[in-house]
Design a protein around this ligand. Structure first.
Ligand code: AMP
Length: 210
C-alpha cells in the first residue's frame, strides 16, 4: 500500500504513521525526520537546511526530492510505504506524479489551529529513533526516555509557539492546496480529529478498510 499523510504540523500524522507502519509492515518515510538527522549529523545537506527548519519554513524542493528519491529506491519500499510530511506543496506533488507513483490513498488529518497550538507545546521526540510522544496524550513509560530505544526525549526547537504559528501559516498557504489536488484525483480521504489517538487509529483503519 502506498499512502500519503497530509495535515498541519502536530495533526498526529507521525503517530498514526508509526501505527500504520507496524500494522501494514511497510516503512514510514518522514522527510522531517531525515532532515533533522542530517542537521544532527552535520552533513552537507544538514548545514544547508538548518536555518529553514529552525524558522519553520519549507526547505528547497530539490533537496527534499533528492532525499525522497534515494529513500524510495531502498529495498524495504518495494511493498509500499507511508509518506509523512511529503509532499508539502504542489511542486513536490507534481514531481511524485511525474515519477508515476501509484498511490492508494491520501489521508488528510483535519484539525483546528487552536487544538494544534495546545498540542504541540507538549510534544516530545526521541533524539535517536525519531519516535514521537506527548506529555499528556501519549506519555512514555518513563518520563524523558524513549520506549522504543531508551534514548533521551526532547522538545523540538521548531515546536516553540511562535514557530508553530509560522508553520501553520506555511501549511495553509502551501500544503493545504494539495487537498484539492488529490481530491480531484479521487484519492483524498478526510480523517476528522478524534478525542484520542486510539479513536483516530480506528477511523484511519476503517477508512482504509484494513
Ligand atoms: P516535519 O517534521 O514534517 O514537520 O518537518 C520539519 C521541517 O522540515 C519543516 O518545517 C520543513 O522545514 C522541513 N521539511 C520537512 N519535510 C519537508 C518537505 N517535504 N518539503 C520542505 N520542507 C520540509
Amino acid at each position: 500500500m502506498k499512502l500519503i499523510l497530509l495535515g498541519a504540523p502536530g495533526a498526529g500524522k507521525g503517530t498514526q504513521a508509526e501505527l500504520l507502519s507496524r500494522k501494514l509492515n511497510i516503512p514510514t518515510i518522514s522527510t522531517g525526520n531525515i532532515l533533522r538527522q542530517a542537521v544532527k549529523d552535520g552533513t552537507e545537506v544538514g548545514v544547508r537546511v538548518k536555518a529553514f527548519m529552525d524558522e519553520g519554513t519549507l526547505v528547497p524542493d530539490e533537496i527534499v526530492l533528492d532525499i525522497l528519491k534515494e529513500r524510495l529506491a531502498e529495498p524495504d519500499c518495494k511493498e509500499g510505504y507511508i509518506l509523512d510530511g511529503v509532499p508539502r506543496n504542489l511542486f513536490q506533488a507534481e514531481a511524485l506524479e511525474h515519477d508515476r507513483i501509484d498511490l492508494d490513498a491520501v489521508l488528510s488529518f483535519e484539525i483546528s489551529d487552536e487544538v494544534i497550538e495546545k498540542r504541540m507545546t507538549g510534544r516530545r521526540s526521541c533524539t535517536q529513533c525519531g519516535a514521537s510522544y506527548h506529555v499528556t496524550n501519549k506519555p512514555p513509560k518513563q518520563e524523558g526516555v524513549c520506549d522504543t530505544c531508551g534514548s533521551a526525549l526532547i522538545q523540538r526547537s521548531d515546536d516553540a509557539l511562535e514557530t508553530v504559528r509560522h508553520r501553520l501559516e506555511v501549511f495553509h498557504a502551501q500544503t493545504e492546496p494539495l487537498k484539492s489536488f488529490y481530491g480531484a484525483r479521487g484519492l483524498l480521504k478526510a480523517i476528522e480529529n478524534q478525542p484520542t489517538i486510539e479513536a483516530t487509529t480506528e477511523v484511519v483503519y476503517k477508512t482504509l478498510g484494513i
